[in-house]
Design a protein around this ligand. Structure first.
Ligand code: GAL
Length: 466
């Protein structure tokens, strides 16, 4: 009995042990298969990622080429009488920026080349689809594009890009002896395009006001940096812009609205956001549909950022002061992999200065300054943002991490002849020049804007499946 029991026990044991072993074997095999499967799958994903990355690299290689630029200019002739030279001494060598701004200097024509070199649809072959920063850019009617201080909107409804900007096609003059050059308000122009190179004039979508002097848009006032975003909830296109008086003391923002991306826009009102003065500004629509305004305030000494209401027609109650005491303006905002980025300029009116890149984990800050994003060209080009000032950054949907940096090369002697400087901007690699070093901060990826005399968008820039 005992033996039987023992036997039974032992046989039972053997039997159990056998089944446990086979369970173990089955589970081990399943585990092994799962591990192999996951490994293969992860590897497959890796391979796909690597493939996408390689494609991306091939696509963006041209854009990220570092191009050096050399220019030498002989100093201008001193046209003063020998007596004046003797009395006051030789004239101080003029800085390149002064030369750039002086309409009579040879440098000026180098940065504002004549119509002969214009980017035009009529030109075929090699020039087609190429961006030439600084050259005149003609629309489909053959007229110079008038969309300064502008921004782009990709409209999903019409699968079209719209470019809104200041129409400055008027006389440049100074309202007072010491005031900045200006052009009367003509209105906000809109251009449409499918390829970002061929632009059709859709006309003035928000006109200036000729007669009513108390209207914000009366021609003697200031309308700058218009930007448009689409509100999915209200199905409206909402435009925000800098509204000011001739002396820049009104320091407000204006809001206009339309049922269509092609306008016309109805002007609603102006306001001082959060009861603060506001000059250069932009708006930004986040992935979740929330929109924000960001503006230079406190006499341009700091920036303010705050959310808009759900209908985008007003500011919500709160804002944060950022980059306090930094004196930055011309903000442009963009986002990549959950991080917010911004390019700003210094405050020097129409004269170009050095751009800085900033990054933040939350749009409300804190924002960290990384240094100049400009790459290539030469020292002078980099320290003047390629003789331009940023106005908008457009993400290229098919090439994550790749953008177009849109800037204005202002021509204060003839504002209507201001040029566009569009250059590729990429995010990646370690920032080499963090200005605000803080142990608590992450290392942001570097933002780079590459100088090119001539460039084009790579294949796949609009491919949404990548
Ligand atoms: C710049 C500003 C422009 C315009 C200009 C007038 O600083 O970015 O939008 O306001 O000053 O001088």
């Amino acid at each position: 009995m005992r033996i039987r029991n023992k036997h039974r026990k032992s046989s039972a044991f053997h039997c159990n042990a056998g089944s446990r072993w086979s369970y173990l074997a089955i589970w081990s095999l399943t585990g092994f298969i799962l591990i192999v499967y996951f490994y293969a799958h992860i590897h497959q994903n890796d391979k796909q990622d690597i493939l996408v990355h390689l494609n991306h690299l091939v696509d963006t290689r041209e854009m990220e080429k570092v191009e050096r630029e050399e220019f030498h200019f002989s100093p201008p002739k001193d046209r003063r009488s020998p007596r004046a030279v003797k009395r006051k001494g030789p004239r101080k060598p003029s800085t390149i920026i002064r030369e750039f701004l002086d309409a009579s200097s040879q440098v000026h024509s180098f940065f504002f080349p004549s119509k002969k070199t214009a980017i035009s649809l009529i030109k075929e072959g090699n020039d087609s689809m190429h961006f030439y920063p600084g050259r005149l850019w003609l629309d489909t009617d053959g007229n110079p594009i008038q969309a300064h201080g502008g921004g782009l909107l990709y409209d999903d409804n019409t699968e079209t890009y719209y470019w809104y900007g200041e129409n400055k096609d008027g006389r440049t003059y100074h309202a007072h002896q010491k005031s900045a050059a200006r052009v009367d308000i003509i209105g906000v122009n809109c251009y449409s395009s499918k390829d970002l190179w061929t632009w059709t004039n859709e006309g003035i979508v928000l006109p200036g006001e000729e007669t009513n002097v108390s209207h914000d848009l009366h021609k003697f006032n200031v309308l700058e940096r218009p930007k448009v975003i689409y509100n999915g909830k209200t199905d409206k296109y909402v435009m925000w812009m800098h509204i000011d008086d001739v002396n820049y003391t009104k320091a407000s923002v204006g809001v206009a609205v339309s049922d269509s991306a092609r306008g016309p826009f109805t002007y609603l009102y102006s306001m001082r956001p959060h009861s603060c003065d506001s000059r250069d500004m932009t708006i930004f629509k986040d992935d979740n549909g929330e929109a924000y305004i960001i503006y230079s305030s406190n006499d341009n000494s700091e920036l303010h950022v705050g959310p808009l209401t759900d209908d985008y027609l007003n500011v919500a109650g709160f804002m944060r002061r950022i980059l306090v005491g930094r004196h930055r303006e011309a903000p442009t905002l963009f986002k990549h992999q959950g991080i917010y980025y911004m390019i700003t300029s210094g405050c020097s009116g129409w004269a170009p200065n050095k751009a800085l890149a900033h990054a933040a984990e939350s749009i409300m800050g804190p924002w960290e300054t990384m240094g100049s994003p400009c790459v290539g060209g030469n020292r002078v080009l980099r320290s003047t943002t390629f003789f331009a000032q940023g106005t908008f950054v457009l993400p290229l949907r098919g090439l994550p991490g790749t953008f177009i940096f849109m800037a204005d090369r202002w021509n204060p002697s003839e504002l209507k002849d201001s040029r566009y400087v569009w250059l590729p901007l990429t995010i990646g690699g370690l920032a080499d020049e963090p200005l605000d070093y803080n142990f608590g901060f992450p290392h942001w990826p570097k933002v780079s804007i590459y100088w090119h005399r001539r460039w084009r968008l790579p294949e796949g820039w609009r491919n949404e499946e990548r």
